[in-house]
Design a protein around this ligand. Structure first.
Ligand code: ZN
Length: 281
């Protein structure tokens, strides 16, 4: 490991870089360098150089930045200055309408041949369902965001219309409004179609989409390989991510889209209650 590698913090740079954290730190570095250069110009210049390099390599230089910078930016009302290239910082919802018992769901998915038991006893997608779902995803990824939003709204278990908004899909109806990333929209609408074709009763379909995403191996959006990784998400909309900015996720190696979060099913109810607000209704 080189010296540079030991300084580098890949979880806060590149894909994982949080722009509010970077901006707050760049501001602190510039102010500090300005103050120091009043005392000594070379020291000020040195501070500017070292500070900038650290923000570049490590994502931030002020200790504890991920805990306060996103809140600071939010409290100043500046979040809109930091649109995310892929829209993934906004947490994607799911299309569920009513609660379904988890064990009951597994029985239904086994009976309809969506899930199969592997030789070691673990559950996996049946080859038929995996193929059918994959085919639906490949068809849906051809559509533009606007068209896809309408398709997802049609597939939703509640009355809704869809439009392209905030870098993803806004699905809104009189009883429920959700926001989905493009990759979730493709995966979930395709799953609902494939579940219907497999004979899964309607009330289970939307509820099954989130756990099914755990089994995705091919990126719904670009067809790349989906791998287990971590993702820094400290400027996302939910309060809880400030406490643990690194999430375990399944994400696409090619486009970086997050397909599944491992905290998604465990914590679903408390997470959706905490989120609230206009961002994630
Ligand atoms: Zn991808």
């Amino acid at each position: 490991m080189s010296l540079l590698d030991s300084v580098r913090r890949p979880e806060y740079t590149g894909e994982g870089r949080c722009w509010p954290c970077t901006a707050v730190n760049a501001f602190v570095v510039v102010v500090a360098a300005g103050v120091l250069s009043v005392l000594s110009v070379p020291v000020g210049v040195l501070a500017l150089g070292v500070g900038t390099a650290l923000v570049y390599l490590r994502g931030y230089v002020v200790p504890g930045t991920p805990a306060f910078a996103p809140r600071l930016v939010a409290s100043l009302g500046l979040q809109s200055l930091f649109p995310h290239a892929d829209g993934e910082a906004r947490r994607s919802d799911d299309l569920t309408d009513e609660e379904v018992d988890g064990e009951e769901l597994i029985v239904v998915l086994l009976e309809t041949g969506v899930l199969a038991e592997a030789p070691d006893g673990a559950l996996e997608l049946s080859a038929e369902f995996a193929e059918s779902w994959e085919r639906e995803m490949a068809a849906l990824r051809e559509w533009s965001d606007e068209e896809l939003a309408e398709i997802v709204a049609d597939a939703a278990p509640f009355e809704a219309s869809g439009e392209h908004a905030y870098g993803g899909l806004s699905i809104e109806g009189p009883t429920r409004a959700v926001w989905l990333s493009r990759v979730h929209g493709i995966a979930d609408a395709a799953a609902i179609r494939a579940l219907a074709a497999a004979g899964v009763p309607e009330r289970y379909r939307a509820y099954a989409t989130t756990p099914l995403r755990m089994f995705v191996e091919t990126c719904p959006d670009c067809g790349g390989d989906v791998v287990e990784t971590t993702r820094s998400d400290c400027c996302g909309g939910s309060g809880s991510v400030y406490d643990s900015p690194i999430d375990e996720v399944l994400a696409c190696e090619d486009c970086g889209a997050v397909v599944y979060r491992f905290d998604e099913t465990v914590d679903d109810e408390s997470a959706s209650e905490e989120e609230g607000g206009p961002q994630s209704v």
